[in-house]
Write a protein that binds this ligand. Structure first.
Ligand SMILES: *[C@@H]1O[C@H](CO)[C@@H](O)[C@H](O)[C@H]1NC(C)=O
Ligand SMILES: *[C@@H]1O[C@H](CO)[C@@H](O)[C@H](O)[C@H]1NC(C)=O
Ligand SMILES: *[C@@H]1O[C@H](CO)[C@@H](O)[C@H](O)[C@H]1NC(C)=O
Ligand SMILES: [Cu+2]
Length: 343
């Protein structure tokens, strides 16, 4: 990865772009994000313990619903779902959400490691055998029993009061692994997206497969907008972030600050309206409601029209400052963010 040239380009763009990122700092010591399966047992336990700590902390923002700091991220994700799914800010939003969750682990739960990711291509079509789902060193396996609750591992007794939909009721972390769906996480689908030349072609490709493959492949809670209620959400979205960064890094002069796409859910991208490769027809229950242009203009602060721009303000869990823009998160080594991936 060409770190030096990337930082120079970022600096140049930051000077010229009209909606240049505001929060600039030096990015000297980069947090090193690694694949979960490459972590030591101690590193794995440290991450899981920090997550359990977040689950035991009270919420900070006084929102209706969440009873833990962990659940607060779920509530905010559900609240802002139509702005950040099937839109151009899908990848930027989740990049910042993963970062905010990581900062909570680090600053509120004394986590010393970096944010890990799930190398999903390794396990596509065979999630059940993944080390990520190991009951001793991972997140526990499939759901079961009457309610589909996760049966083993560190999160089997966690009860959340928010999600799985916009409405809320107390529930366990549910899973229902589907290996046809999980095969959508395969490398062939990632590679197909990597061939796209513009962000406008790249993001819907990623959001459909492999992104959706992981959510549908894990099943249960992961299928809904309450999906951050399963801690696997963060390993998944860190992987999506890595894939985006790889795509950006492959041609930084044109891609580092390439952003586009509708800025609210005015229409469903065509690929989501079709029966998927596992033969599942689209379900309106799984989609957030479409919004009108009028509502979109209010929701999508920072854009002049209906298209996502670098000035788009990201309203986010854990950083409810209403100031962070898409432009701030485009470069993962731009200063506002400062991390790198292992390959
Ligand atoms: C991720 O998995 C792919 C196989 O699908 C492999 O080629 C790649 O090296 C893996 N990366 C890491 C960091 O484990
Ligand atoms: C929440 O909404 C879903 C889908 O709209 C519905 O199936 C479910 O019964 C609702 N749950 C509660 C507790 O209201
Ligand atoms: C950010 O925006 C939300 C929603 O519009 C508002 O409730 C909140 O008070 C704002 N926060 C700040 C710090 O301005
Ligand atoms: Cu999401």
């Amino acid at each position: 990865m060409k770190l030096t040239s990337l930082s120079i380009i970022a600096a140049l763009l930051a000077q010229t772009a009209t909606s240049a990122p505001v929060q600039r700092a030096e990015c000297t010591t980069k947090s090193q994000r690694k694949a979960w399966h490459t972590l030591t047992t101690d590193e794995k336990h440290a991450y899981i313990e920090a997550e359990q700590c977040l689950m035991s902390l009270p919420p900070k923002f006084g929102l209706l619903g969440p009873s833990s700091r962990f659940d607060e991220f779920v509530t905010l994700h559900v609240m802002v779902a139509p702005e950040y799914h099937f839109t151009g800010s899908f990848l930027p939003y989740h990049r910042l959400m993963v970062q905010n969750h990581f900062l909570a682990l680090r600053d509120e739960c004394n986590y010393k490691g970096a944010q890990p990711y799930w190398n999903e291509t390794l396990d596509a079509g065979n999630f059940k055998a993944s080390v990520v789902l190991d009951p001793e060193t991972g997140f526990g396996g499939d759901g079961g029993g009457e309610k589909g609750c996760v049966q083993d591992g560190p999160f089997k007794d966690y009860v959340s009061g928010v999600g799985p939909y916009a409405n809320s009721s107390a529930h366990c972390i549910t899973r229902k692994i589907d290996e046809c769906q999980s095969s959508k996480a395969a490398k062939v689908h990632v590679d197909k997206c990597m061939e796209k030349q513009t962000f406008n072609d790249f993001w819907p490709c990623i959001e459909e497969n492999p992104h959706d493959g992981l959510h549908q492949g894990m099943g249960g809670l992961m299928r809904y907008f309450g999906s951050p209620g399963d801690p696997l959400f963060y390993l998944h979205h860190t992987y999506m972030d890595k894939v985006w960064w790889q795509w950006q890094s492959a041609a930084p002069s044109s891609r580092l600050f390439d952003i586009s796409g509708q800025n609210a859910l005015y229409t469903l991208p065509p690929s989501f309206s079709e029966t998927d490769i596992c033969g599942v027809p689209p379900s309106p229950d799984d989609m957030p409601p479409l919004v009108s242009a009028e509502v979109g203009r209010i929701m999508a602060e920072g854009d002049a029209a209906l298209e996502t721009t670098l000035g788009h303000i990201l309203h986010l869990p854990g950083l409810w400052d209403n100031q962070t823009t898409v432009g701030d998160v485009m470069d993962i080594q731009g200063g506002f963010l400062c991390y790198e991936y292992d390959d």
